[in-house]
Design a binder for this molecule. Sequence first.
Ligand code: PLP
Length: 435
Amino acid sequence: MKRRKFIGSTLAAPALAQTQVSSKPALLGGTPVRASKFPGWPVQDSLEATGLEQVLRSGKWGRGTGQTVARFEAAYAEKMGTKACLATANGTSSLLIALGALGIGPGDEVIVPPYTFVATINAILQNFALPVFVDSDRDTFQIDARKIEAAITPETAVLMPVHLGGNAADLDTVLDIATRRKLTVVEDAAQAHLAEWRGRKVGSFGRVGCFSFQASKNLNSGEGGALISNDEAFIDQCYAFHNNSRRRNTAGSDFSYLSRGLNLRLTEFQGSLLLSQMSRLEAQSKTRETNAAALTAMLERIPGIVPAKSYAHCTRNAFHLYMLRYDPAHFAGLPRAKFLKALQAEGIPGSGGYSPLNREPLLRNTLRSKGYQRIYGEKRLKTWFERNECPVNDQLCQEAVWFTQTMLLGPRTDMEQIAEAISRIQRHAAELAKS
Ligand SMILES: Cc1ncc(COP(=O)(O)O)c(C=O)c1O
């Protein structure tokens, strides 16, 4: 199979749900397709409560005194198939630790996609390095790995693919470029717990993979994060970085330091929540995959709705987000914002997703700051904006529609209702556009 050939849906497209209620759109006064809420998040029961109580009663609330975070690290490394894991305060700190331990700093360029959460970029900017955006692949919503090589300069130090929405970036191409050009790969897998490439967990391919366990994530402890790697010595360096420069097993009286650091430790309470939540992760992921496949089969039959594809070697999509492209031309010109409003009225919450990160004032303001001007000079920073145009991503940001992972956790009839709501809006698009 060719590298960029996509996985097609193998399911026969089932008939869309025939609802008994009025087919008039809810926004025009009809009965909503769906009256009940989608599954809540997080899922928790006495397992979490017991674990938390044990930590509470132990009085060992911070890592170092207890063993819960260490137990989680061992379990997560095993699940991810890597030699080592370091739990961190959050996903942003995982990225900061990775870049910090790698010594990324002023003058370095880091290649990133423009379609990602701002934390990917913030971690680079905190190190006074320069993010360089490579345009998106409209079909998959991932970095267009075919365009990476053209963005490399002598200053490029890191390739940072993001496995956005639980889908996988094209790791074959990223790793091939990294090997040939002698670059380090840091995978931002913050949204991709259990996603796989060629049967192996994403996050385990680069020098290091970074995860988030923030409240919305498929594995969650309110806040939290992790780094995984097969390079145990590197994870030890990361450990020191996240522990205010103090190495593992340092005696309490040892106040000598080898490198800079911060306090970015996870607490034992969060470690306990993660161990409990991990016991649900596999089954939840399977439910999401089954529902996403069914939803894709239904949505592919609706003109103007194009679900995000996966690359052929993405053997498992974690579906942190269900992403699709919306084309108003097939909906009587109904703008996306109105489409989302009509969907919401049907009881189906969706969002328009990210705006183009490379155009955010955050970048202009940071690059204009005294520190950046001093490091890079006016001339280099001026050309940065020309180098960082991402026209495909600009378009994608206007077309995208997202559903959250929790909407994939219920019964198949939920998928039928999503498809029915979209079909209903399409049937009445002209009236809705005029309303
Ligand atoms: C792609 C990506 N990277 C990094 C992060 C940062 O993770 P956290 O919010 O845990 O700091 C997130 C969180 O949403 C993310 O989605």
